[in-house]
Design a protein around this ligand. Structure first.
Ligand code: ATP
Ligand code: MG
Length: 376
């Protein structure tokens, strides 16, 4: 348990978004004695199931949002794709209500061009990139093929991404790219990386940062499949990635938990993107025998001091998707006979293909895990 400041005993925490990340924040906030509220357009959400007091409303509905803000002491996010006009409104409210992380962190995170430009300003290595709009589509792009073209906003789990191998494929892409005229994209050089890693950190209101070092991530069909903590990478690279993530958090006056994704190629670190919220690759922290990323997030936004004793242990995390969900649950439940496995289901009704339904953590390393874990 973190230290509590005097005046946050009955804090009312509000979160925009009501999915599984809000659910897991709520499950940390309630035992700390805080009230938890969520706001999103969805009914019967995972956050509500965990005990959050839900307001159903659109993110664009500022009148409804204003009433929501009047019920809470601090606002946070579990979802970064909040409309920019709403973020501007929230920015104008920061004298009346505490908002963590700052809305400007979401403005940057939700626009891949602003995001990569910010990384470059901080001196970080990224894939070469180009902001493609209907107006810039006539300009020659000075990036060697192959490329990944990503929609500028609202992408997740690799959605809205196309690989383009040569100029004829690019021309084909352009034929369809501007159907409505206002589409925007980021063209990126493909980095033939050896590994993907991420850093999960929590920055507290006094500027101190808690970070457990890098976690290694494997994707299947562009969706996170497996996280291995700690990442099996040289200590120097781990420190370098940690320092980059800390510098990024400081540059944004960040408060709360964030996830920062990197590619490793021949001892070089490329910064890919960050998420201004707890992150899927940080779910291992729930069972790493130290503080979870959700606990640390709730603690930081509530004004508590950072913990001083953190001793995370090796942990694996495997996502459970909607594909073959029933079969996955049979395997997952069979693993629960061993106390090193912990199942986390989100209570979602429809098991659609590619939908994140839950995850399972294993308190141990890859050599010790039951082979059935990989069949999930
Ligand atoms: P997510 O929500 O899973 O984080 P996203 O849709 O926001 O994904 P990215 O994280 O940028 O988008 O890309 C998804 C995955 O595609 C990456 O984890 C990586 O495996 C691959 N990828 C993205 N950009 C590149 C690149 N420039 N070079 C090589 N692979 C890439
Ligand atoms: Mg990503």
């Amino acid at each position: 348990m973190t230290n509590s400041s005097k005046d946050n005993q009955n804090l009312k925490i509000g979160v925009l978004g009501s999915g599984q990340l809000g659910q897991m924040m709520c499950l940390e906030a309630l035992p700390l004695g805080y009230d938890f509220f969520c706001y999103s357009p969805d009914k019967d959400s995972p956050s509500e199931k965990a005990g959050a007091v839900a307001t159903v409303g659109f993110y664009e509905d500022l009148a409804s949002l204003k009433i929501f803000l009047s019920k809470i002491d601090v606002l946070s996010f579990e979802f970064e794709n909040i409309p920019k006009s709403t973020l501007e409104y929230l920015e104008s409210q920061t004298k009346q209500i505490q908002i963590f992380p700052p809305p400007k962190a979401l403005v940057i995170a939700q626009d891949r061009y602003l995001e990569k430009t910010h990384f470059r300003k901080l001196g970080f290595r990224t894939a070469s990139f180009f902001h493609l709009t209907e107006n810039t589509s006539k300009i020659e792009i000075n990036i060697p093929y192959p490329w990944i073209i990503k929609t500028l906003r609202f992408g997740y789990d690799g959605k809205g991404q196309v690989k383009v191998n040569d100029v004829s494929e690019y021309k084909n892409f352009l034929d369809r790219a501007f159907a409505s005229g206002n589409e925007e994209y980021l063209v990126e050089e493909v980095i033939p990386f050896q590994k993907e890693i991420s850093i999960i950190l929590t920055r507290f209101q006094n500027g101190e940062i808690v970070c457990y070092g890098a976690v290694e991530n494997e994707h299947k069909n562009h969706i996170l499949d497996l996280s291995i903590y700690p990442a099996r990478i040289p200590t120097g690279l781990n420190l370098e990635a940690t320092e980059m993530a800390c510098k990024l958090a400081e540059s944004l006056d960040y408060v709360g938990t964030m996830g920062v994704e990197f590619f490793l190629k021949e001892n070089h670190i490329y910064l890919n993107e960050f998420a201004p919220r707890p992150h899927n690759t940080g779910h291992f922290t729930q069972d790493c025998q130290s503080f979870s990323q959700f606990h640390l997030h709730v603690s930081a936004i509530s004004g508590n001091l950072p913990p001083t004793d953190v001793r995370p242990k090796p942990t694996l995390m495997k996502n459970i998707l909607g594909n073959e969900y029933k079969e996955s649950l049979v395997i997952a439940r069979s693993l629960l006979k061993d106390d090193r496995y912990q199942l986390h289901l989100y209570g979602k009704k429809d098991a659609k293909i590619g939908r994140k339904m839950g995850h399972i953590n294993f308190k141990g390393n890859l050599e010790e895990v039951n082979p059935r874990f990989h069949d999930l």
